[in-house]
Write a protein that binds this ligand. Structure first.
Ligand code: ASP
Ligand code: MG
Length: 423
C-alpha cells in the first residue's frame, strides 16, 4: 500500500462547498487503496483577516499571541474537512501541528522545523483512518509554545511530514495547474512545466514565484522527495519537482525554464562611502545583527579624485524603514554622505539549468529589455539565474518581453487560474 501526502491551500478550501469537493477527492484517493495524510491551510483569506484583526487591537502584536491566533485558521479547516470526509463514510481524524509532532525552533512567525515525530499520525493510519493535519504550525522544542512557519508554510508542513513518513509523493494542490514558465496572471501565454528540478525550483521560489514555499523545496531536496504540484480544480497532471530532468527530456530542454518576478523589495543606496577596507563589513554586520536579510548588492568603482563610492542593496520592503534607521546610525562613525531609499523597484529573474551550457542568454535578455524600453538598474547572477532590478511599473512589461524573447509563449492558452484572490 502506498502512502501519499496531499496538501490543500487556502483557495482550495475557501468555503463549505470547496471543502466538500476536496473531501470527495481525498476519499477517492483513499478508496483507490492508498494511505492518505492531508495537510490543510486556513480557509481563503482567513490568515490575512486574522492579522488585520490583531493589528486593530494592537499596533505591534506580541509574537507568541499572534502565532496562537493564526494557528486557529488551520484548525478551523482541518476540523471541517474531517467532518466532510466522515460524512462520505470514511474515518478522518484531525491533528494540530503540535499533535502531529511538528517540532520547531521558538522564533515566532518564522519558526523552522527541527524534528518531526508523527507517532499519532502513524497510529491513525494503522487504524485505517485518514489523518488531517493543520499546516503552517508546530510547537517549539524549548519553550513548548505554539509557533508558525512563516506565510505559505503549509507546503513545508506537508513536505516535512511526507519525508518523516517516507511517503511516495507529496502532492501540493493549488489554484493553478502546476508550475508555469511565468505567472499566468501576467503572461496568459505561460506554459505549464512538466517537470522542474529542485535547484531550478529553489531559484524560482527564492526569486518571487509564489507557487511553492522556498523552505518546502529545500526540505524536499534534502530528502529527495518528489513533489507533484497540481490543481484541486481539475484532474490534469501538474508539474513534478524532482532531482533530475527525466531521461530524454534534456534534448528539448529549454534554456530557460521560467521567469519569476518580485515586487516586494526596496533598494537602499548609501552615497559617498569612504572606499576602504572594513566599511562594507561594518554596514552589513549591523544589518545582519538586526536579523534583516538582504538580496542584491552593487558597489560602484570609487572616483579616484574623491575616494568615495556608492553602495546599493535590495531587501524586503517590509524591513526598509528599519534598515534605513540602522544605516543612518552609522553615519557619524563611517562618514558617508547620504542615504536614498527607493521602494518603487521590481525584480525579474530568468531561471534555467540550460543557461550553464548556452552562451548568449544575457545578451538576448538585455536586448529584449532594451526593445521593451526597460532600464536595468542592478544585475545579479548565479549559475542558473540572471536577475535584474528595474522600475516596479516596468516589471509586467519586462516579464512579457523576456517570455517572448526566449520562445516560451505557448501556442494555445494553457494557464487557467481557478481561484484565489491573489491577496
Ligand atoms: N495560512 C497560512 C498563510 O496564509 C499558511 C499557508 O497558507 O500555507 O500564509
Ligand atoms: Mg493561505
Amino acid at each position: 500500500m502506498g502512502l501519499i501526502v496531499q496538501k490543500f491551500g487556502g483557495s482550495s478550501v475557501a468555503d463549505a462547498e470547496s471543502i466538500k469537493r476536496v473531501a470527495a477527492r481525498i476519499a477517492a484517493t483513499k478508496r483507490s487503496g492508498q494511505q492518505v495524510v492531508v495537510v490543510v491551510s486556513a480557509m481563503g483569506d482567513t490568515t490575512d483577516e486574522l492579522i488585520d484583526l490583531a493589528n486593530q487591537v494592537s499596533p505591534m502584536p506580541n509574537g507568541r499571541e499572534l502565532d496562537m491566533l493564526l494557528t486557529a485558521g488551520e484548525r478551523i479547516s482541518m476540523a471541517l474537512l474531517a467532518m466532510a470526509i466522515s460524512n462520505l463514510g470514511l474515518e478522518a481524524r484531525s491533528f494540530t501541528g503540535s499533535q502531529a509532532g511538528i517540532i520547531t525552533t521558538s522564533t515566532h512567525g518564522r519558526a523552522r522545523v527541527i524534528d518531526v515525530t508523527p507517532s499519532r499520525i502513524q497510529e491513525a493510519l494503522a487504524e485505517g483512518a485518514i489523518a488531517i493535519v493543520a499546516g503552517f504550525q508546530g510547537v517549539a522544542q524549548d519553550t513548548k509554545d505554539i509557533t508558525t512557519l512563516g506565510r505559505g508554510g503549509s507546503d513545508t508542513t506537508a513536505v516535512a511530514l511526507a519525508a518523516a513518513l517516507d511517503a511516495d509523493v507529496c502532492e501540493i494542490y493549488t489554484d493553478v495547474d502546476g508550475v508555469f514558465s511565468a505567472d499566468p496572471r501576467i503572461v496568459p501565454a505561460a506554459r505549464k512545466l512538466k517537470s522542474v528540478t529542485y535547484e531550478e525550483m529553489l531559484e524560482l521560489a527564492a526569486s518571487g514565484a509564489k507557487v511553492l514555499h522556498l523552505r518546502c523545496v529545500e526540505y524536499a531536496r534534502r530528502f529527495n522527495l518528489p513533489i507533484h504540484v497540481r490543481s484541486s480544480f481539475s484532474n490534469l497532471e501538474g508539474t513534478w519537482v524532482v532531482k533530475d530532468q527525466p531521461e530524454g527530456g534534456s534534448m528539448e530542454q529549454a534554456i530557460i525554464s521560467g521567469i519569476a518576478h518580485d515586487k516586494s523589495e526596496a533598494k537602499i543606496t548609501i552615497v559617498g562611502v569612504p572606499d576602504r577596507a572594513g566599511v562594507a563589513a561594518r554596514i552589513f554586520q549591523a544589518i545582519a545583527d538586526n536579523d534583516i536579510n538582504i538580496d542584491m548588492i552593487v558597489q560602484n568603482v570609487s572616483a579616484a579624485a574623491t575616494g568615495l563610492t556608492d553602495i546599493s542593496f535590495t531587501l524586503p520592503r517590509a524591513e526598509g524603514s528599519r534598515a534605513t534607521g540602522i544605516v543612518q546610525k552609522l553615519q557619524g562613525e563611517i562618514g558617508f554622505q547620504s542615504i536614498q531609499y527607493d521602494d518603487q523597484i521590481g525584480k525579474l529573474s530568468l531561471i534555467g539549468a540550460g543557461m550553464r551550457s548556452h552562451p548568449g542568454v544575457t545578451a538576448t535578455f538585455f536586448a529584449a529589455m532594451a526593445d521593451a524600453g526597460v532600464n536595468i538598474e542592478m544585475i545579479s547572477t548565479s549559475e542558473i539565474r540572471i536577475s535584474i532590478v528595474c522600475r516596479e511599473s516596468d516589471v509586467e512589461r519586462a516579464v512579457k518581453a523576456a517570455h517572448t524573447a526566449f520562445d516560451l509563449d505557448a501556442d494555445q492558452v494553457e494557464a487557467v487560474v481557478y481561484g484565489g484572490s491573489g491577496r
